[in-house]
Write a new protein. Structure first.
Length: 355
């Protein structure tokens, strides 16, 4: 299996072809090109978080296991770059594309261009707001928010104030996590006040808004970070405010994150944060490629249970979603208001197995 990284080209077709060919010759592995392995394109959405760096690490491993050749690009959380990268994949004749569009509202034209070339698309982590794809590979993000809500609601005894550090509401993930968290709080813990803060998945913005909230409301006792992008800043703000104390201390602010990266698991064991929802970076890589190979092989799927402990659901006509499992992770592995958890040192968690 060969992996070839393609730098994204400009938007013009001629420029795209010239730059893509140059990039291909510059970074492709040498070897026998008479390889019959299907060639698929994978766009990496970002490389500035531990979660996405883990996904990038897993992808070549599973491509090799599935007998696929990779061409890769990076869109750096930029919809225009992702559109340009899709043109690069078309130029190089890939048989399928896996992508994780971070702005899910504007991806439809790119999906249409790929469909016009009969190139199946699997999106992972995110789901396009409009447009058809062969399969979506993600977990139930509304459930992410509900699990965080149940944990904080239990720890706060059903009353108090919490901050939710949202991502970007242009993303289906942030919308789902926000709606799941807010709906759960409204239904089960109406005496808990939620301060929702949009951050555009930017750690510096999240830290600034958290500091403002804690200054204005020093009785805040809970924080829900919608992803680990906010982890470093959150810990720094808590330390500055004298609130980074053990869970046994009355000043402790209960923190729930979302990703399951190794640092989160370590922080839970150390008592710096209290829980996370382990988003399956390894399984995103595995099943995005699994479904691309299935598409190339002409296979079809329908809603129902899978053979890998997940459920395929129909989101709308033309869109199926394989909802992978994403457990709540805590220090004690207890059940919180009906939600079971795994201990942070559980060896089944990908964050404990990332070499």
């Amino acid at each position: 299996m060969k992996t070839r990284c393609l730098r994204h080209p400009g938007l013009g077709a001629v420029t795209a072809l010239a730059l893509a060919v140059t990039a291909l010759s510059a970074c492709g592995n040498s070897g026998d090109d008479a390889d019959d392995a299907p060639v698929v394109g994978v766009d990496y959405p970002r490389s500035d978080t531990d979660f996405w760096n883990a996904y990038i690490k897993y992808t070549p491993q599973f491509a090799k296991e599935l007998g696929l050749e990779l061409k890769t690009t990076s869109s750096h959380n930029d919809a225009a770059k992702l559109a340009a990268n899709a043109q690069t994949f078309i130029i190089h004749g890939v048989k399928g594309v896996a992508m994780a569009p971070q702005d899910t509202a504007v991806i439809a034209p790119t999906l249409q261009q790929l469909a016009a070339q009969n190139i199946p698309v699997v999106t992972l982590d995110t789901r396009p707001d409009t447009g058809d794809v062969y399969m979506v590979v993600r977990a139930d993000n509304r459930e992410y928010g509900e699990k965080a809500c149940r944990f904080l609601g239990t720890k706060l005894g059903g009353k108090g104030k919490v901050v939710m550090l949202q991502g970007d509401l242009a993303s289906i993930n942030s919308r789902d996590r926000t709606e799941g968290f807010n709906q759960c709080m409204k239904q089960h813990y109406p005496k808990i006040k939620v301060f929702g803060e949009t951050t555009n998945w930017d750690g510096a913005v999240a830290a600034q808004k958290l500091q403002t909230d804690l200054t204005a409301h020093p009785d805040i006792k809970g924080i829900y970070m919608q992803a680990s992008f906010a982890l470093s800043g959150t810990l720094q703000v808590l330390k500055q405010q004298g609130l980074l104390v053990s869970p046994q201390d009355k000043k402790h602010v209960f923190v729930v994150s979302n990703d399951g990266i190794p640092r989160e698991l370590k922080n839970i064991a150390e008592g710096k944060i209290d829980a996370t929802v382990s988003q399956p970076a390894d399984l995103y890589a595995k099943y995005a490629l699994y479904y691309l190979k299935a598409a190339i092989d002409g296979k079809t799927f329908k809603p129902g249970k899978t053979d890998h402990d997940s459920t395929i659901v129909q989101i709308r006509d033309g869109v199926l979603e394989d909802q992978l499992t994403a457990p709540l992770v805590t220090a004690d592995g207890a059940t919180y208001d009906g939600v079971p958890s795994l201990k942070s040192n559980d060896t089944t968690l990908w964050g404990n197995n990332l070499g």
